[in-house]
Design a binder for this molecule. Structure first.
Ligand code: ARG
Length: 571
């Protein structure tokens, strides 16, 4: 149990003695504050809320309460006005926190909230035959981090790449290929060439609108199983996937399922008949829709007038499939904020179909990746390609390594880990709903609040352990006084907060909390390192300080892992 929980329990039981019976320890825990100034204590408990129940002024309550609490892990308890200020026995707490981390290792911070239940997470989900853009990067890294965090909370994440491999755009692409395509070119540089055809289609369609009709016709053929359409489609899909796999491999992201939209093609009739049976389908301009008037939402389009199904139809089929396959605790969709309405409609339609589990579905939206303040558009060819960004980041890191540490073992792998780490962290340190302005410069800075800075701090701490010949088993007791001082205490308090940060990041689907946390931890650790002697100390003190360093290594590495970053031991 963390010291904060211990303190909450002590306060809660003291309150029971004083006649307060409506506050349990969890509620007390939620009321604990951190004093603005460490000289006022490590934890503060405000007494305002108790005035009514106890019919006393808050300062009097604080005084009574302060007199009723004592013992480990507390050193001193003081009433100051309406607050009870609590000072921790820092030596005892440090021993406890460090001991727990070193004993638990990578499982420090793990909980069993999820009880092993499945959570399908829809992430990445790029569109076939289009480049993997910076926009899809966001879904990939945010989704992957959320999956790692939920796993740490005891859920079983199922990473699903819901590929955009179906829809009218494939009809358009087939039309473009038949008109202007060249097999050799597509084979040589598939995505580039397919994008070129796609862009050309839209340019030509502005002059000749009949192209749009042809695009729709060819998609209809595809849905009906036409051999030529099928053949071209699966060729485009295979070539695209090969290219996407290169990126996933670089980023070390893998999936449990790559059932894309096409997978649901034969599962759509069932959705339509279910909707029909439940009397939810109505006709509108020849199309079949589910009206959502009562929620002030536009109708959800199920079938076009030519019988072709839509994005929403496929998502309905996918939702049913996921419910039946995974019996999920919750289902998560990491998809851009511009699709907010789509997911609201989806949940409402499932609700109208009478499925209570629709309430456990969560759209986790994120902001846009902008370029020069504007949205990137595939159609106009205005995209930054993720592949280029990753390649550039890795090349930059390689250059730094050649300059600063040319004899480093495993150079190439470290350059990949750090270059990719820079790109991933650049995204995850921001709250996901904020838009990000893409800038080469910011993405490729390795100092300040960046992934490489955290990775570097971790490597530095590892090297300290090597130089100090740190032995995990031999050192269990901390020497009194070895960890005195505000620098060490700042590190210990943050180390202690890790499990709580993980829980918050999980319940709020917010990896940026972990991003900020590892930056904070790296910073306080570097301060400790700059101000406190470690290797030059006599053996017992050195061993105690190295234990703190070892605990920092465990938590930095685990924090980075949750975000999807590797933690090289040397760089
Ligand atoms: N392929 C879509 C896009 O790029 C995202 C798919 C998201 N997942 C879903 N189940 N709708 O916009």
């Amino acid at each position: 149990m963390s010291y904060k929980h211990q303190v909450a329990e002590m306060i809660a039981s003291a309150l029971v003695h004083m006649g307060v019976d409506n506050l349990n320890k969890e509620q007390v825990y939620g009321m604990l504050e951190t004093p603005p100034n460490p000289a006022m204590g490590d934890i503060a408990f405000p007494c305002f809320q108790l005035a009514k129940a106890l019919r006393k002024a808050p300062p009097m309550i604080a005084a009574d309460l302060a007199a009723n609490i004592s013992g480990s892990p507390l050193q001193e308890v003081k009433a100051v006005g309406p607050y009870v200020n609590l000072f921790l026995d820092q030596a005892a707490v440090s021993t406890q926190v460090i001991g727990t981390i070193l004993a638990e290792g990578a499982s420090y911070g793990k909980s069993n909230l999820g009880q092993g239940r499945n959570v399908p997470i829809d992430l990445s989900s790029p569109n076939i035959a289009k480049p993997f853009s910076m926009g899809h990067l966001r879904s990939t890294v945010i989704g992957n981090a959320i999956a790692n965090i939920l796993e740490k909370q005891g859920y079983k994440p199922v990473r699903i790449n819901h590929l955009g491999d179906w829809g009218t755009q494939f009809g358009k692409l087939i039309v473009a290929y038949r008109l202007w395509g060249d097999e050799e070119k597509v084979k040589a540089e598939p995505i580039k060439e397919l994008l070129h055809l796609y862009v050309k289609f839209h340019e030509e369609a502005e002059k000749d609108p009949s192209l749009e009709d042809q695009g729709r016709e060819w998609f209809k053929k595809l849905e009906d199983g036409d051999a030529e359409a099928q053949h071209l489609w699966s060729w485009f899909r295979d070539e695209s996937l090969k290219e996407f796999m290169k990126i996933y491999d670089l980023m070390n992201v893998s999936f449990d399922s790559t059932h894309g939209e096409a997978f649901y093609n034969d599962k759509m009739d069932r959705v339509v008949s279910l909707l029909e049976e439940k009397g939810l389908l109505t006709e509108s301009d020849g199309a079949q829709v589910v009206s959502l008037d009562e929620y002030d939402m536009p109708p959800c389009l199920i079938k076009k007038s030519d019988g072709a199904t839509l994005y929403a139809t496929r998502d309905l089929a996918a939702a049913l499939f996921r419910h039946e396959t995974y019996d999920f605790a919750k289902a998560v969709y990491v998809v851009g904020n511009e699709q907010r309405l789509h997911f609201q409609q989806l949940y409402k339609v499932l609700e109208k179909m009478g499925y209570p589990w629709a309430a456990n579905m969560h759209h986790i939206p994120f902001g846009m990746m902008l370029k020069d303040g504007k949205k990137m558009s595939t159609r106009k060819g205005k995209v930054v390609l993720l592949e280029e960004v990753l390649a550039q980041a890795i090349a930059d890191v390689q250059k730094v390594i050649e300059e600063k540490n040319p004899s480093l073992a495993n150079k190439e792998e470290v350059a990949r880990q750090v270059g990719v780490g820079a790109v991933i962290f650049h995204d995850l340190k921001n709250y996901r709903l904020n838009d990000i302005n893409f800038s080469w410069e910011e993405m490729l800075t390795f100092e300040g609040e960046t992934g490489p800075y955290v990775q570097y701090t971790h490597a530095r701490a590892c090297s300290l352990l090597r130089k100090g010949n740190y032995q995990p088993a031999s050192s269990s007791e901390l020497v009194p006084g070895a960890l005195e001082g505000k620098e060490a205490w700042a590190v210990v308090t943050l180390l202690n907060a890790f499990p709580e940060v993980v829980d918050r990041a999980g319940s709020q689907f917010d990896p940026s909390l972990i991003g900020k946390y590892v930056i904070d931890l790296a910073q306080v650790f570097n301060k400790f390192y700059a101000n406190v002697r470690i290797l030059a100390e006599e053996d017992a003190v050195k061993a105690s300080r190295l234990q703190l360093v070892a605990a920092v290594v465990v938590v930095l590495k685990e924090g980075l892992r949750l975000l999807g970053l590797a933690a090289p031991e040397e760089m």
